[in-house]
Design a protein around this ligand. Sequence first.
Ligand SMILES: Cc1cc2nc3c(=O)[nH]c(=O)nc-3n(C[C@H](O)[C@H](O)[C@H](O)COP(=O)(O)O)c2cc1C
Length: 175
Amino acid sequence: MKHVVVLGVTGSIAAYKAAELCGELTKRGCDVNVIMTESATRLVTPQTFLTLSRNPVITSLWGIEDWRPGHIALADKSSILVIAPCTANLMGKMANGIADDALSTYYLTHTGKTIIAPAMNPKMWKHPAVTENAKTLKKRGVEIVGPASGRVACGDNGIGRMEKTEKIITAMDEK
Ligand SMILES: Cc1cc2nc3c(=O)[nH]c(=O)nc-3n(C[C@H](O)[C@H](O)[C@H](O)COP(=O)(O)O)c2cc1C
C-alpha cells in the first residue's frame, strides 16, 4: 500500500492513537499529510505528526506561504482521506457541509476515498443527531470504521472507542 494520505486528527481524547496510525502508515511507504483541528492540537502536538509523517502539518487555513491554499494543493495529490479519531463535532460539520477550519474545508475539496474512525463517549454516539449524521455520511459514500465497544476514557462502558489501527489500515487497503 503506497497511498498519498491525508490524515485528519480531531479533538478526541483518542487523538494520541492517531500518532500510532501515522507512524504505521509512514512505515508502510505512504505519503502522509496531517491536518489537525485546533482542538486536536490541545491534546497532541503538531510536532509529533511532523516527525512521524516527515511532512508539514496543517493546523490552520491561514498563514500558509505557498500561493495555493494548503487544502487545494493536497486535494490534487491525495487519494485517500482518513479522519481518526473523528469527533461528533466533525461528523456534524461534514454531514452539513460546514467548512470553518482546515480539516472541514479540506473534506469538501476531497474527491477520493474517505474513511472516518469516530471516537466519543457512548452517550454521544447514541445521540440521534450523531446517528443521523452517520447515516448521511454513509449515504454519501463515507466509510465509517468502528467505533468499537468497551471502556472509554471517562470510565463509561459502551460503543465509542476508536477502532484499532490495524482495522483502519485494512479499510484503507480495501477497494
Ligand atoms: C479532554 C477532552 C476530550 C474529548 N474527547 C472527545 C471525544 O472523544 N469525542 C468527541 O466527539 N469529542 C470529544 N471532546 C469534545 C471535543 O473536543 C469538542 O466537541 C470540540 O469542539 C471538537 O472540535 P473538532 O471537531 O474541531 O476537533 C473532548 C473534549 C475534551 C476537553
